[in-house]
Design a protein around this ligand. Structure first.
Ligand code: FAD
Length: 404
């Protein structure tokens, strides 16, 4: 550990680790402070309950930073199609990557695989120190430097402090950056299940009265389930026997994959929308869930975080090329301007979908079923939606533009 770093990233989760990889070639001295030991190995036949649908843009970032190959060597699962339908009506939409000439729409990857691959890549760089377990006790800023004190009383200085410390970000709170948001009064119940029929490399999503149910295809033929529902219903899903849960799931997906045969243990996560008023302050920047948290119904939260990481790295790279101060508000504002619009737009789009599909009024039911059917027939709109989900639109950072 050094006494002075150019950049200190608090939080070595998927987004913090991705940012460090993206910054690594700059030769800046970087420290990541992480308080819990990451899982780097696991039994071959086990699957992480937490998985992410990774967009093509995120895949490009992983390729560009040299972590993708580690993920492929571990386990990734491409998905080519997506079927979405409403439990109240006949509206249905079918996305197929072949329609836009793409091999796949994205990949389903276990969170631990993503994180371990990024940390493996970090280990290749002598200019990055991964300090773990480390806990930040306090920090103060003056005009040019941030002074950090760790809980073991180690003192570190840095020009830029990045909060990649998740939705309850200590950095965001202590930098006095306010945030707004609301609970969805829903929990996301996750499990890994085996089904009677193969998943056909397709992501299946049915909008139920209490929230969406998604089956995401895994490489070993099983599916990862994310079932968003009321906290009370989530409690019930957690406490029922495996047999009861499998029966409930089979019915909830209308047996599109036949019966659900087996399940792992289950876990539930509270769902909320949350957004920081600012992503930056003098010498401080926020990335990932520290800056924004969205409903997981389209699997975009971490993807937005990887774009934050790639954009912040590019802004810092450009500043160092011009010998500008990487921690100044003038530099950091470029990052905020670049990312905020896209993140807010995705956040409210997901919020709108969640609300539209949560309404029980007949007009809302008519509107969403008609919307699904019309969109399914209107190829240009459907293709645009697909490209958006794949992260192919908007002002992409250099790392997300590389040819795969
Ligand atoms: C049910 C569910 C399904 C989802 N599915 C998808 C999906 O399919 N696709 C997708 O893109 N997104 C998905 N998301 C969202 C995604 O999981 C998050 O956006 C992502 O995990 C955020 O990553 P992060 O690195 O910003 O934060 P975190 O994962 O919260 O990581 C923060 C890290 O910081 C560390 N830390 C925190 N505080 C400190 C501190 N003070 N000092 C040191 N270390 C600290 C923590 O230990 C942790 O390692 C889903 C979310 C949920 C709830």
């Amino acid at each position: 550990m050094k006494a002075r770093y150019d950049i200190v990233i608090v939080g070595g989760g998927m987004v913090g680790a991705c940012l460090a990889c993206a910054l690594a070639p700059s030769n800046l001295h970087i420290a990541i402070l992480e308080f819990s030991e990451p899982q780097l190995t696991w039994p071959e036949d086990s699957v992480d309950l937490r998985v992410s649908a990774i967009s093509i843009a995120s895949q490009r970032i992983f390729k560009a930073v040299g972590a993708w190959q580690h993920m492929v060597s571990a386990r990734v699962s491409p998905y080519r199609e997506m079927k979405v339908w409403d439990s109240n009506g006949k509206g249905e939409i079918h996305f197929d990557s072949a329609d836009i000439g793409a091999a796949e729409m994205g990949h389903i990857i276990e969170n631990r695989v993503i994180r371990a691959a990024l940390l493996k890549r970090i280990a290749d760089y002598s200019n990055i120190d991964f300090i773990c377990p480390a806990s930040l006790a306090s920090w103060q800023r003056d005009d040019h430097i941030v002074h950090l004190t760790l809980s073991d009383d180690t003192k570190i200085q840095t020009s830029l402090l990045v909060g990649a410390d998740g939705s309850r970000s200590q950095i965001r709170e202590q930098a006095d950056i306010s945030h707004y948001g609301w609970s969805y009064h829903q929990s996301g119940v996750v499990a890994v299940v085996e089904t009677e029929r193969p998943h056909q490399k397709t992501a299946w999503q049915r909008f139920l009265t209490n929230g969406p149910l998604a089956f995401l295809p895994l490489a070993d033929g099983r599916s990862s389930v994310v079932w968003s529902t009321t906290p009370a219903a989530a409690e019930q899903l957690l406490s029922m026997t495996d047999e009861q849960f499998c029966l409930k799931l089979s019915a909830a997906l209308e047996e599109r994959l036949g019966a659900v045969l087996t399940t792992t243990q289950r876990a539930a996560f509270p769902l909320r929308l949350q957004h920081a008023e600012h992503y930056v302050k003098e010498r401080v920047a926020l990335v990932g869930d520290a800056a924004h948290m969205i409903h997981p119904l389209a699997g975009q939260g971490a993807n937005l975080g990887f774009l934050d990481a790639a954009c912040l790295a590019e802004v810092i790279h450009n500043a160092t090329q011009k010998s500008n101060d990487i921690g100044s508000l003038k530099t950091l504002r470029r990052y905020e301007r670049w990312r905020k619009g896209g993140n807010v737009s995705m956040m409210y789009t997901m919020d709108g979908f969640k609300r539209l599909f949560g309404h029980h009024m007949s007009s809302a039911i008519w509107l969403r079923n008609t919307g699904l059917s019309l969109t399914n027939q209107c190829k240009p709109v459907k293709h645009r939606l697909m490209q958006q989900a794949m992260g192919e639109v908007g002002d992409l950072p250099r790392l997300a533009q590389q040819i795969i």
